[in-house]
Design a protein around this ligand. Sequence first.
Ligand SMILES: CC(C)(COP(=O)(O)OP(=O)(O)OC[C@H]1O[C@@H](n2cnc3c(N)ncnc32)[C@H](O)[C@@H]1OP(=O)(O)O)[C@@H](O)C(=O)NCCC(=O)NCCS
Length: 290
Amino acid sequence: MSTRGRSRPVPVARVGTARVVVASGLSVNTAPTTYAIRVEGHLDDHWSAWLGGLDMTRDDDGATTVTVQAADQAQLHGVLAGLRDIGAVIAELRTTDAPVPSALERPLRTERLTLRPATADDAEATWKFRRLDPVNEWLTGCPADLAGYRELFSEPARLATTVIVTLGHDPAAPIIGDLMLRREDAWAQREVADQARDTQAELGWVLDPTYTGRGYATEAVRELLRYCFQDLGVRRVTANCFLENDTSWRLMERVGMRRELHAVRESLHRIGQWLDTVGYAILDAEWSPT
Ligand SMILES: CC(C)(COP(=O)(O)OP(=O)(O)OC[C@H]1O[C@@H](n2cnc3c(N)ncnc32)[C@H](O)[C@@H]1OP(=O)(O)O)[C@@H](O)C(=O)NCCC(=O)NCCS
């Protein structure tokens, strides 16, 4: 019997983002904290893979600094437990302000659109459409005040996974939506965990309602799929949404994704009802440029 998909362990590394709500399709990440953990002695590189791909630097003073992004204490404890399991002696634990690089490494152009990494300056433009009821209805949530939203939007992990969509190619082109692009490790058994690192991506999307119904989301997501498979070299791309959010899952089907999960009354909507969610995916072997 396969145990895959059951009791999936939280990877002890690459834990920079913790999904809070699965069904939103644009999962919101808790703010990760970057920790530098100093351990006594020089750790061999193979421990990095064993621990799920932790970044390790061997310091001149004979210690090793392990860097990890953890979204909550449980994830941090997972890393500490992993280090303890391999017999590492922890000398120091501190937080750092290391920047999180964007998942989109460069701007992309389609016939009608530009996709570019988000900056903190994009907060107000995206808040204007995200706070609208027909949009927020399907999202994890949107602070009612701009200051609260700005704070959330500007979190390094959030910015790093947010892609801005503008109409046209001019630097002053209007922002018509935003996408989520998050690289992930596939689940893997420990001995082969290093081969599963960054092999997947999860996508999400939001369009300003002024611009829906014209194929802009389809065009943007198709380009993001191309980027994932051709530029990033991932092997599987996923997306999910509430079953009731048919505009979202029809978009998934338009771009060639396959429904592979229907979870019954699995996620709690703010209307107070447990709603069904659907999960879609596409493999590199199934994808073709259109
Ligand atoms: C999900 C969402 C991005 C989909 O937007 P959308 O406008 O339906 O998607 P597109 O921009 O690809 O447009 C497709 C529509 O335009 C039409 N269209 C017109 N020209 C088109 C073209 N050149 N190419 C493709 N479709 C075109 C399609 O027929 C389709 O209309 P239909 O649904 O009536 O068949 C949008 O509804 C949204 O932001 N919703 C709120 C936030 C949300 O739910 N996010 C997802 C959370 S999981």
